[in-house]
Design a protein around this ligand. Structure first.
Ligand code: ADP
Ligand code: MG
Length: 592
């Protein structure tokens, strides 16, 4: 494995790298840095977010520019103001021992004269968003006619955001014989076209698979009456307790309204749209990034700046006017190698648009049902159980243990657990027990009606185990040796999932999974009380037996490490979350 020194970086940079604590170059750095240092050729580098692309172009650029000259020699274009600031700060850190170095950030929403003043002072590197850059070129506030290096960072995002013309315009003010370095997570046709039109025989390097990120998103749609849109949104949120999402609305007004309603109903939500001041938008984004906001309601325009990696769901509260915009929306999730879900809430009159979108994204949607009340209760209960199971004991409690124990002297373990969970569960149950079915069947009748011939199951594997609905379906079909459509309504949650089969094979499924181990842990399947979209609540008989089985397996499961991946993020959020969970059903009931 190479070191930064092996790559050919100079002492000033190596000292800064030491200070930063970078030990070894990342893949994209190891590949790009030697090329950029030694060749004058153009470069196309494809690598996922978070792989260290800034340093991959930043180190060579810092080493190659002449800090004794005040001429602008390097230009870096990036899609958003935030990325622009981020890159500028990183470059300043990398170049802190390069005496005389000036790096200037140029972006909208801040004083243009102040930025022009900084440029005039003599800046070797300009980091800019395309819009403001063009503006400053037109006003003769910046001179890029002598640059030697141009970087197009996050090229796919810039093109997604419609910056193609701005970019060509800006590049037309640069010398022909400069080197152009393009960095991108994916290689859609538009990026290939930029490479073809503006670069000379670029060397191409790829880290990981090309276009990997676009395959990480699954697409779902939910058919409801237009008047039930908001209720449907709440159910989708409640059925995904660890949701971290962007919700898209068509207008600023709707955006504001949906966010306000969610906040009033006890969700951690925020609005992002153009009628807010820059300051307000910064605050919302900060809370979102810190995960204090779980549901960010946004317009398409405002959401352009969002560069948050671990968004679990994109919810299309309304479809965009321009169908093409859907791609940009769904691209907010499934980033940095993670999986994501893009959900669309549609009314009957819009359902044909789904087909049009399928043609554009070249992927199929799965039609899914808005979860019913019992399913949500079950999800919430199991999510709480997992949270409790993963909670680190706070030993401050120890000194109160004696008095607490005294109080529960006559309560056995089962009873205690039931009481404990009822604290949270009863609120959800009360709210949802009379909840309506929100699903509308489409005219073709192609959606499955809930029938007595189906069985819905609970299975103790989920997203954390690397499954999405497609891979879980494939897994079930494979191990149970079933046909194409025998497993349906597969609904994958964080640490568990649901699926349906015909009742006729229920025995087979349950028998198979009585003693089945996968990757060293027991895979447990049980009949779920929920029927997956219907209101048939089924018999509760046999619940106890199943409950016992489930809890006895739980210890096997945790020791297998299957739940280890929950990480800080959840822990950080859980305190906040439990508050909103307990508030939510009460408040929303009041609103009804
Ligand atoms: P990308 O542009 O590919 O999304 P960044 O350049 O923003 O990624 O880098 C992501 C993070 O990784 C940054 O916090 C950066 O400081 C850090 N980083 C970059 N290179 C290294 C390295 N070789 N070792 C450790 N951390 C690194
Ligand atoms: Mg980057």
């Amino acid at each position: 494995m190479s070191t930064f020194k092996d790559l050919g970086l100079n002492e000033d940079l190596l000292t800064a790298i030491d200070d930063l604590g970078f030990e070894t170059p990342s893949d994209v750095q190891a590949k790009a840095i030697p090329i950029l240092l030694n060749d004058d050729s153009d470069l196309v580098a494809l690598a996922q977010t978070g792989t260290g692309k800034t340093a991959a172009f930043g180190f060579p650029m810092l080493q190659k520019i002449d800090v004794n000259s005040r001429t602008t020699q390097g230009l870096i274009l990036s899609p958003t103001r935030e990325l622009c600031l981020q890159i500028t700060n990183e470059l300043k850190l990398y170049g802190k021992y390069c005496k005389g170095l000036n790096v200037t950030a140029i972006y909208g929403g801040a004083s243009i004269t102040e930025q022009a003043r900084q440029v005039k002072r003599g800046t070797q590197i300009v980091v800019a968003t395309p819009g403001r850059m063009k503006d400053m070129i037109n006003r003769n506030m910046v001179d890029i006619s002598k640059i030697e290096y141009a970087v197009l960072d996050e090229a796919d995002e810039m093109l997604n955001m419609g910056f193609y013309e701005d970019i060509t315009d800006i590049l037309s003010h640069t010398p022909k014989d400069k080197s152009t370095w393009l960095f991108s997570a994916t290689m859609p046709n538009e990026v290939a076209k930029i490479a073809k039109d503006f670069m000379h025989a670029p060397i191409e390097i790829t880290v990981g698979n090309k276009n990997e990120s676009t395959n990480q998103v699954s697409h779902e749609y939910y058919l409801v009456n237009a008047r039930d849109r908001y209720q449907a949104l709440k159910r989708l949120a409640d059925a995904n307790p660890d949701i971290f999402s962007v919700i898209f609305c068509r207008t600023k007004r709707d955006t504001q309204k949906v966010a306000e309603n969610l906040i009033e109903d006890g969700y951690s939500a925020g609005a992002l749209h153009g009628d807010l001041s820059q300051n307000q938008r910064d605050l919302v984004m900060k809370s979102f990034r810190n995960k204090q906001i779980q549901m960010l309601v946004a317009t398409d325009v405002a959401a352009r700046g969002i560069d948050v990696d671990d968004i679990t769901h994109v919810i299309n509260y309304q479809l965009p006017d321009e169908i093409e915009t859907y791609t940009h929306r769904s691209g907010r999730t499934g980033r940095a190698g993670k999986t994501g879900v893009s959900m669309v809430i549609v009314s009957k009159s819009e359902v044909r648009k789904i087909k049009q979108i399928e043609r554009i994204i070249k992927k199929e949607f799965e039609k899914k049902d808005i979860p019913n009340g019992m399913e949500i209760c079950e999800v919430q209960l199991m999510s709480l159980a997992n949270k409790v199971h993963n909670t680190k004991v706070n030993h401050e409690i120890d000194k109160y243990l004696e008095s607490i124990n005294e109080l529960f002297e006559d309560t056995d373990k089962d009873e205690l657990i039931k009481k404990f969970f009822s604290v949270e569960f009863t609120r959800f149950f009360n709210y949802y027990q009379k909840a309506q079915d929100l699903n509308v069947s489409d005219s073709k009748g192609s959606d499955r009606q809930v029938s007595a011939d189906e069985t819905r199951y609970f299975i103790n594997v989920g997203r954390k185990d690397g499954y999405d609905w497609m891979s879980l379906k494939d897994f079930l079909k494979a191990v149970l040796e079933l046909g194409r459509d025998d497993v349906f309504k597969v609904d994958v949650k964080d640490s568990f999932s649901f699926f349906n089969t015909d009742k006729s094979i229920q025995e087979k499924v349950l028998t198979f999974f009585t003693d089945f181990k996968h990757n060293g842990r027991f895979v447990n399947v049980e009949v779920s009380d929920d029927k997956g979209g219907g209101r048939n609540r089924g018999g509760r008989s046999g619940k106890k037996r199943r409950g016992d089985r489930r809890s006895s397996r739980r210890s096997d499961r945790s020791s297998s490490g299957g739940f280890a991946g929950s990480g800080n993020r959840k822990d950080r959020r859980s305190s906040k979350k439990s508050k909103s969970v307990s508030d939510r059903p009460r408040r929303s009931r009041r609103r009804k």
